[in-house]
Write a protein that binds this ligand. Structure first.
Ligand code: ADP
Length: 235
């Protein structure tokens, strides 16, 4: 579903030098597969997710989603691609204050011109699935941190994306809530058959992935299938 081939992105730093944020990255994520991109702060994870989301193009290399090259899209095409094909789960849920959970989750469906009634009907089963069936009309202020993050997950999945990008999705949660959210992401990945790329510096998060790939200074240093196996007992 997602294929990166030799993706390079360099930035200029303030001293006229070059930061090699991504230095020839190739990876694949299949439908129904959860791949963790595991690395410390500054290793290039956000740059990679931003390129996959077509927020900007790489200097070199190619990104294909469902066979279509996304690096050459115009601004308008890229916006349509993000709306229809990509779900994004940020570290902080970014919900609209004062707005009921169901409407916060249905944001993309409103953008896709569903009527409010249709949008709410469409997103409700997902919120039930995420354990928020009793919270549909609650506002973000009335929800716990874990519940707010689950609303953000519902928002990311609401329009039926093929690809989900999660950028430190448990970074703001305690370890018990993190495990709940990671378990849900893993289950949803399989149930909805989305390709999921999870950027994290947290070995616990990487342990939930089908495959963990380490990114250091913009390079994939190794595929680490044993990260998950080694930490499975800590779940
Ligand atoms: P991560 O998400 O793993 O923390 P980033 O992709 O944010 O990593 O950053 C990778 C490297 O690129 C870092 O050294 C960072 O300082 C640098 N960088 C990121 N964005 C910019 C930018 N817009 N201009 C210059 N350097 C940048």
């Amino acid at each position: 579903m997602l294929a990166l081939a030799d993706v390079v992105k360099h930035y200029r730093d303030g001293d006229g030098g070059t930061v090699r944020a991504l230095d020839g990255v190739s990876l694949n994520v299949a439908s129904g597969e959860l791949v963790a991109l595991y690395g410390p702060s500054g290793s290039g994870k956000t740059t990679l997710l931003s390129i996959v989301a077509a927020l900007f193009a790489p200097d070199r290399g190619e990104v294909r989603v469902d066979g279509r090259a996304v690096s050459g899209l115009t601004g308008k095409e890229a916006a349509g691609y993000r709306l229809r094909q990509v779900g994004y789960i940020p570290q902080a849920p970014g919900l609209m204050p004062g707005v009921p959970a169901v409407d916060n989750a249905a944001l993309k469906l409103f953008d896709l011109r569903r009527s409010p009634r249709e949008a709410r009907r469409e997103v409700a089963p997902l919120l039930h699935r995420l354990g928020l069936g009793e919270r549909l009309k609650h506002r973000p202020e009335q929800l716990s941190a874990g519940e707010r993050q689950r609303v953000a997950i519902a928002r990311a999945l609401a329009a039926g994306p093929k690809l989900v990008l999660a950028d430190e999705p448990t970074g703001a949660l305690d370890s018990v809530r993190s495990r709940e959210v990671l378990q849900l992401l893993k289950e949803l990945c399989d149930e909805q058959q989305v390709a999921m790329l999870l950027a994290t510096h947290d070995p616990q998060a990487a342990a939930y992935a089908d495959e963990a790939i380490a990114l250091i200074d913009g390079q994939l240093v190794a595929h680490v299938p044993d990260v998950g196996a080694g930490l499975a007992g800590t779940r």
